[in-house]
Ligand binder design. Sequence first.
Ligand SMILES: [Zn+2]
Length: 466
Amino acid sequence: MTIVVYNTLTRETEPFETLEPGQVRMYVCGPTVYDEAHVGHAMSSIVFDFVRRYLEYRGYQVRHVMNFTDVDDKIIARAHKLGEDPAALANRYVERYQDQLDRLNVRRPTALPRVSQTIDEIIAMIEGLIERGHAYATPSGDVYFRVHTDADYGKLSRRKLEEAVSGTRVTSSEEKLDEGDFALWKAAKPGEPSWDSPWGKGRPGWHIECSAMNMRYLGEQIDIHGGGNDLIFPHHENEIAQTESFTGKPFARYWMHNGMLQLKGEKMSKSLGNLVTIDEFLAEHDADVLRVVIAGSGYRKPLMFNSDVLADGERALERLRSALRPATGDGTAGPAAEQLADHVRAARAAFEAAMDNDFNTAGGLAAIFDLVRAINAARDAGIGGEPFADAQGVFRTLTDVLGLRLAGPEAGEQSIAPFVELLLVVRQDLRKAKQWALSDKIRDELKALGVIVEDSPQGSTWRLAD
Ligand SMILES: [Zn+2]
């Protein structure tokens, strides 16, 4: 069994082979933090969470990096409008997004770098590009990447250089050598955040941050580079140009792009005024609903997002939860028990075959529904005990690959109290033994499940998140 992945770079589905056996280096472009994150952002994070969870299920160790663009024109503009410090504004939305990722049950990336904390690496990379003849500084202190020095520029988006250039929105600078050259460093304007550099005070352009963060956290070459398909050009095209011109090596082995979320057939965007924020969504729906809807659609296609689709998602989630109802009988042998065991094996095999095929979550979900039917039929036939528990265990394992929590609406404070208390007792012992990493892990995992732990000198208390 081999995993195959559709690679935007080659437009082919290819066997998945990593640079280092058993290790995956995955970088996914994150949000520009200037306003409320919307369900389109959630979609991208959830798609690559599916990818990560499945690779981990298959035994890979995944180093997963997602950036926050916390230095950007849009942040500066909004901060000025609100009379706020741009860094404080960005920081607020970074923290909000991390909290939202927890509520969406997205596994925390291994690193979550921000532009403002990567300035040294960005400057070093720009210096290297200038030394190698791929970039130039202008008298006013901007630095541009010289597109004509990159022989295969346009290979990801399949644009010829002339087309690519004409597709670029140009802030026509007299100092640019060619129209398609793009900014690596922008000289400071009054009232903008800026940093010292060999070219005077300024701030990085957008694309260079991802090249520099990849280099810092994952190295010169990575396995998977992900993001929304609206980033293919110019962002990812420019990332490849910068990184490969700097290292002289192929950059990402597989370029994976998720489709855009469509509201009533239109792309969701701020300019169209049809955004649904993550907070608005989670106020009305379980995060599992969004996961079921995204999984059912398949990651490369545009995701239709409307009330019908969400209602289908709610119903599908109810059906999934039905598999967790306890057994009513205690039969452990006979044809019904054997049939259940056969169905469990078949469902797991079908799930893996689907997911191996370019993370086909729709196929994976279909296999899980087959398992739901088998479990519910076995319960009706009076099967219980170990065969039934085994089937539910496999069901839990497979739904966990899709990040589904499947907490029933009835799962309130009362029913979880003894278990949370027990975890807190264990955690107290870990803290006494100075096992901080484990104790933090318990706190973080509980938080991901919606249980907030608060520590004080008197001990720890807990409550359910709102
Ligand atoms: Zn990026």
